[in-house]
Each structure stands twice: as C-alpha cells, then as structure tokens.
Write a protein of this length. Structure first.
Length: 420
C-alpha cells in the first residue's frame, strides 16, 4: 500500500493538504474502521475514483469532497478554497442537503464528533451518553494529538456527565467553534416541552402540529395562556419548568458566530427573532436582511423549529421581513432580491432565485465574483430539477479556471460528472 496517497490526491485535485489530512491519507489511522458517528472513511483509492453513490451532485456543496460517512448517507466533507487549501470540514446531511461546519481542520471535526457521542448535551439534540468503543477513543486520541491537546477526560472509562463542560473545553481550545456554538444555542432554547412533545400531543390539544405547535416549540412565549395551563396539567409540570428558554444566551451565541462569518442562516434567524421578541424591530430587520442571502441549507430549520413560517416565503428571514415591512426603508422595500421572496408563488420561487444569480454571474467581470454567483444559483434555495444544474456547474468550472482557482475547478468537474 502506498504511503504517498496524499500526494496523488493533491495532484488529482490541485490541492494543498494540511498535515492532519495528509496523515489521514498516508498513515490511515481509520483502518480497519473507527470514529464516532462518522466511522466509514473512504479509502484513498475511492477518493481518486469515487463510486456513483458517493458524490451527490447538485446536493452536496460544489467545493467539497466527501471523506467520511456515517453509513446512512451523511458525510464529513473537506471544503476546498480558491488557493487549493482546505478551509474547513462540513457535515453534509443527505436528508435535505443541510450543511454545518464541523471544524477548521479534520482533527477538530473528529474531536467534535467524539464529544457528541460521549459527552452529549442534556437535550434531544444528541443521543444518550455512552462509553466510546476502543476504536472511537483511539481515533479521538489521534485527533487530539494532531491538535496538541490534552483531552484525556474524553477518553476515560466514565463518560462526562455534562456535555456543556465538554463543549466549553472545545471552545477554550478553538475546536469546532461554529458547531459548538450552534449546539449551545440549541441548548439554551431547548425547553422541557420541546423534549417531550410529539404530534400526538398536538392532536390531544386539537392543535395543528405544523405550524402552530412547532411555533410554540420555537418560542414558548408564543403559547396562548389557556394552552399553557392545559400543557402544564397534561405533563404535571410547573409552567416555569416546562416552558423555560434562555433567548438572551442563545442570542449571544448567534451574534458571536455572525461576528466571525456571514454564511450561517441559523445565526441570523436566532439573532433576528431575539431582537424582535424584545421589541426592537429595527434591529431585527437589520439582522434578517443580513442573513437573507445565506443558503437555505444553513438555516437548521428543524433543530431550531423555525419551519413554522409560510412556505411561500422560502426562508424564515423573508417571512419575518414581510411581517416587519413597516420598519423597512423605501430602498429596502425595493430590493430586487428580497422581492423575489415576496411574490407569494412558492412553485416558481426556486427558479426565480436561481435565474437571479445566474444573471448576476453572466454579468460579472471578476471571475471569482462570477463563481460565487454561480454557487448561489445552485445552493441558495436549490433547484426543483437536477438537470438545471448543468449550466451552474459549467459556470463554476469556467469561472474558477479563469480565476486560476484550479482546485475549485477540479472539484466542480468531479461533481458535474455525477449529475443525473
């Protein structure tokens, strides 16, 4: 077996791999198997010549290479930069195409994956705590060594009782910050009602699960007083325990994320609603507008329960901006992109958004600007038909090559090969 697989992969995709990824390829610490949730690593041979079921063209982000699967369709993917470096590792979920940053480095993503297994938050976000199998712990130790971190408590026989402590430790070391802050925001919004509720509870109360009950789970302050009493009696729980949330703390997590990157929709949605619910519509408008152009696939709508808005608006931010129209300036009201979402035609929305970005891409004189517009054409709202991605991928490849971003072009070419 070659010990220079990383060089072959670098040549194949014009990459500049970091040390931990090179070690992953050449030393193969994952062999014959290991990892927490993500435990099915692709071999270097499979990376060089992916199987048809590996690349989900038009669904996966077009600047990513799948690296480790979980056995049921989700992947940890290397995200490629214009210079051929690896900018981060993202989790891509096949059930809807959502993506979430798992770390700036592969080792970070593996450590975060381990923490989610052995030190989960006390909420429904993670599974029950359990002692990690030996192979999982060995791979976690390998990742910690790559980062020069002493995280021995994660590998102890007794799993940590408090997932927050584990997440705090990751944050202290700058590990998987954006995944951790997302988890912490979810934790602060995780009411007891959310943990125990299901559609049958809504039927018992003669309330529609969607959108009404889901809206209550999103923000328990929206529950009518009469229904609060009924729910408290049903669960035999004090209302202050059943409905408790900490929106102020969730907002702080979201704002910390927003200060460092602008492409994660969930952070803008949480921050916007936090401002709106405390009676600051002007600030809410600014936050929703700033988050409107983030990809739908970064909104985390199901975990945060933001999917109670009318689907004709396409995005939570667009729906809230419609509700707050009176607080928008005349210039903001005329914004052509925003008005795409306000035409109240759900069937044509994806096509109109795609065409908006394609138009901007064709007009762009800077090839990297064109690349970003083609990217948004495919992965802002997605497309109804996979065949419509052919022009998007052609534009991605052409603009990347014109910008001398050979790695982006190589990855886009790979994805294009697998279009259905």
């Amino acid at each position: 077996m070659s010990n220079h697989w990383s060089q072959k992969i670098e040549r194949r995709f014009a990459l500049k791999l970091p040390e931990d990824v090179r070690a992953w390829m050449d030393l193969q610490p994952w062999h014959p198997g290991g990892g927490a949730e993500f435990s099915v690593a692709l071999s270097p041979e499979q990376l060089l010549a992916p199987d048809p079921g590996t690349i989900w063209a038009g669904f996966m982000l077009p600047d990513t290479l799948p690296l480790i699967g979980n056995g049921y369709g989700d992947w940890l993917c290397l995200r490629v930069g214009a210079d051929g470096g690896i900018t981060e590792v993202v989790r891509w979920a096949h059930g809807g195409g959502d993506w979430l940053p798992y770390g700036g480095r592969l080792a970070e993503s593996l450590l975060y994956d381990l923490v989610a297994r052995v030190a989960p938050l006390r909420s429904s976000v993670f599974a029950s705590p359990e002692r990690a199998p030996e192979r999982v712990r060995l791979l976690g130790q390998w990742a910690a060594d790559r980062l020069a971190l002493d995280l021995a408590f994660l590998f102890a026989d007794q799993a940590p009782a408090d997932g927050n402590a584990a997440l705090d430790l990751l944050l202290q070391h700058g590990v998987a910050e954006f995944a951790v802050r997302r988890d912490r925001a979810l934790y602060w919004l995780e009411s007891a009602l959310k943990i125990v509720s299901a559609p049958d509870i809504a039927r018992t109360l003669d309330v529609a699960w969607e959108p009404d009950f889901v809206r209550w789970l999103f923000d328990t302050r929206l529950i009518p007083e009469q229904q609060r009493d009924r729910l408290a009696r049903h669960f035999a729980t004090e209302p202050n325990q059943l409905f408790r949330q900490a929106w102020d703390r969730a907002e702080r997590e979201a704002l910390t994320v927003i200060a460092k990157r602008h492409d994660l929709g969930w952070a803008f949605d949480v921050a916007g609603w936090a401002a709106e619910r405390r009676g600051d519509p002007e600030q809410a408008v600014q936050r929703y507008l700033a988050g409107l152009k983030t990809s739908l696939f970064s909104d985390e709508t199901v975990p945060f329960r933001t999917h109670w808005f009318n689907e004709r608006f396409g995005k939570f931010a667009a729906a809230r901006l419609d509700a707050l129209k009176v607080h928008l300036s005349k210039q903001q009201l005329r914004d052509p992109y925003l008005n795409l979402f306000w035409q109240q035609d759900a069937e044509s929305l994806r096509v109109r958004v795609r065409d908006y970005w394609l138009g901007k891409a064709r007009q762009a004189s800077d090839p990297m600007v064109a690349y970003r517009h083609y990217y948004r054409a495919g992965w802002d709202l997605g497309a109804n038909k996979i065949g419509t991605y052919d022009e998007v991928f052609a534009g991605l490849v052409k603009s990347a090559l014109a910008a001398n971003a050979d790695a982006l072009a190589a990855v886009a070419k790979l994805h294009r090969r697998f279009l259905g």
